[in-house]
Design a protein around this ligand. Structure first.
Ligand code: PSV
Ligand code: MN
Length: 389
């Protein structure tokens, strides 16, 4: 697609989901640096997310993490959904958490003991109840399960337990709900991880059925992995459910998407466009934490980075590329792709924003809004939200 009107129209339909945990305090295992003005409740996280949507126009939903965003009372989640809508956003995916209880030392749904597996599955079923209350479509599952030592547990047996637990959750899903299974190469387990790669996630999702889809977290691969190949393959199989976008320099850094390798993000987005993923049900989510930088502007910048990579991907002259590929013109094919990547799409995105009726410069608009000062002044006392709380 090289027609700029069509590119702009496509960019206006883009939706990037932001994670509630990006707005809370976070850090490394060495230190969490608290910031002023950080939300003290799920509602305040949504208030911050609404600012991101207001200035970007393309971040209309917010992912929750349970129990970090746990609500009390029978109407807690419905009230939270209402709070979101009153601020112009909606609740998005529900992320489960089976990695922070003492019981989960040896795993959750792959744990050797049935009682722990039961507890983990119970949590996942509770997450589906929450989806019913929030109107969320997606249940995003990531398991910290694995082993640290050869012989510690039965590798194949753990796969059987995983399949059994997932099947129970899958059965509980409503017609319009999806189970999104996320893989991660390593951490916190270092010998075996029970869902380490896209192939394992794909095999489980295939067996579960059409409502089970794979999540590609861009930080969850070995160095040098060709992520765009995985994206192309999953899209071809109709099994790409969502992205967790972030950047990594070494391991699972969860830094701002597009910061470490904007070219990789472009290559991924090109495969998304090429494979029809841009107009399908693929969910584009951020999964990031902002440890040393201001959180809201960092989320805004991340959304803009996704937009820029998408714009470049949409600008690839597909006809010229196909012609060069068919005639084996290696240099020309590569040049066509690089032409799009090297285009400065910032003026185009300014136009997109103007046409959406928002400020062409989201970061400047946020700075001018006074929100950063307001939250520092008003959010005094109480307990700040943080990764893991
Ligand atoms: C695990 O590293 C992960 O990517 C999963 O998506 C979790 O839900 C999230 O991070 C928690 O930050
Ligand atoms: Mn993730």
């Amino acid at each position: 697609m090289t027609d700029s009107a069509a590119v702009k129209a496509a960019l206006k339909t883009q939706a990037v989901e932001t994670p509630s945990w990006a707005y809370g305090n976070s850090g490394t295992r060495f230190k969490v640096f608290a910031q002023q003005g950080v939300p003290r409740s799920p509602q305040e996280k949504l208030d911050d997310a609404a600012q991101v949507h207001a200035v970007t126009g393309v971040a209309p939903t917010v992912a929750l993490h349970i129990p970090w965003d746990k609500m009390d009372g029978p109407d807690g989640y419905a009230d939270l959904a209402k709070h979101a809508e009153e601020r112009g956003v909606k609740l998005g995916a529900i992320n489960s958490n089976t990695f922070q209880d003492d019981d989960y030392k040896l795993g959750s749904i792959c744990h050797p003991e049935a009682a722990v597996r039961r507890k983990a599955v119970g949590h996942l079923l509770e997450c589906v109840d929450i989806m019913d209350a929030t109107g969320s479509r997606d249940l995003k599952l990531w398991f910290a399960d694995g082993t640290n030592y050869p012989g510690q547990d039965d590798i194949r047996g753990r796969q059987d337990r995983l399949a059994e637990g997932l099947a129970e959750v899958y059965e509980r899903l409503g017609d319009d709900q999806r189970l999104l299974l996320e893989y991660k190469l390593f951490e916190p387990a270092f010998y075996t991880t029970d869902v380490p790669d896209w192939g394992t996630a794909y095999a489980h999702c295939l067996k579960l059925g059409p409502k089970a889809q794979v999540v590609v977290d861009t930080g969850h691969h070995a160095p040098g992995t060709n992520i765009e190949f995985i994206v192309a393959t999953l899209l071809r199989e109709g099994k790409l459910g969502a992205f967790d976008f972030n950047s990594r320099f070494y391991a699972d850094d969860d830094l701002m998407v597009g910061a470490a390798d904007p070219f990789q993000l472009f290559r991924i987005m090109y495969e998304v466009v090429r494979g029809g993923g841009f107009t399908s049900d693929v969910a584009f989510m951020l999964d990031q934490c902002h440890n040393i930088e201001a959180k809201i502007p960092a989320v805004i910048r991340s959304v803009m980075n996704v937009q820029e990579a998408t714009a470049k991907a949409l600008l690839v002259d597909r006809d010229a590329l196909t012609a060069a590929q068919r005639t084996g013109d290696v240099l020309e094919a590569n040049a066509v792709l690089m032409d799009a990547y090297n285009t400065d799409v910032r003026p185009l995105l300014r136009e997109v924003r103007e046409e959406l009726g928002i400020d062409p410069d989201p970061i400047a608009a946020y700075r001018r809004s006074g929100w950063a000062e307001k939250i520092v002044a008003e959010r005094v006392g109480g307990e700040q939200a943080g990764w893991g709380a």
